[in-house]
Write a new protein. Structure first.
Length: 163
């Protein structure tokens, strides 16, 4: 009985979030609707026993994509009317810095591209956790630091003389 009630509540949240994301003309409300929809999808995963996928949904989509949308909204230059000014051109230094960042990120993640032979015999969640948190933990940590440094560089470059 409780699962049915939770299912219908999650369904209502998903439909309301999707409608808000589709019909709203304000980007912040659209992001809120998308967040509600994605949380409902994570709730469905949790309801049906896929807790790991539910957590991945929350961390990756709700935490990552929505934060990316909010940062993009904050960093877009505004014109006098308050509308986004999307006609800025990157400088040559920014292009080279971006290319260097991509090369560093690929260099860090390249060792993780080849799966070890033991990855084919994963039978329990603890085996998967051991693989992700044991073997590949340094690559994930370094990639996280590089992405954070890139985000800080974007904020510094976009701030310019205005802030």
């Amino acid at each position: 009985m409780t699962a049915i009630v939770v299912f219908w509540l999650l369904s209502a949240l998903a439909i309301a979030g999707a409608l808000l994301a589709i019909t709203s003309r304000d980007v912040l409300r659209t992001a809120g609707g998308l967040g509600a929809f994605l949380l409902a999808v994570a709730g469905f995963f949790a309801l049906y026993g896929a807790g790991l996928i539910a957590l991945a949904e929350i961390f990756l989509y709700v935490g990552g994509v929505l934060v990316l949308i909010l940062f993009a909204m904050m960093l877009v230059h505004r014109s006098e009317r308050g509308r986004p000014d999307l006609e800025s051109r990157p400088s040559v230094a920014a292009v080279f810095a971006s290319a260097a960042f991509v090369v560093a990120l690929i260099g860090v993640l390249a060792p993780a591209a080849v799966l070890p032979r033991a990855a084919t015999n994963m039978s329990t969640p603890s085996d998967v956790a051991e693989l992700l948190l044991g073997t590949y933990l340094p690559q994930f940590e370094i990639a996280g630091v590089l992405l954070l440094a890139g985000l800080a560089a974007v904020v510094a470059v976009m701030g310019g003389d205005d802030r």
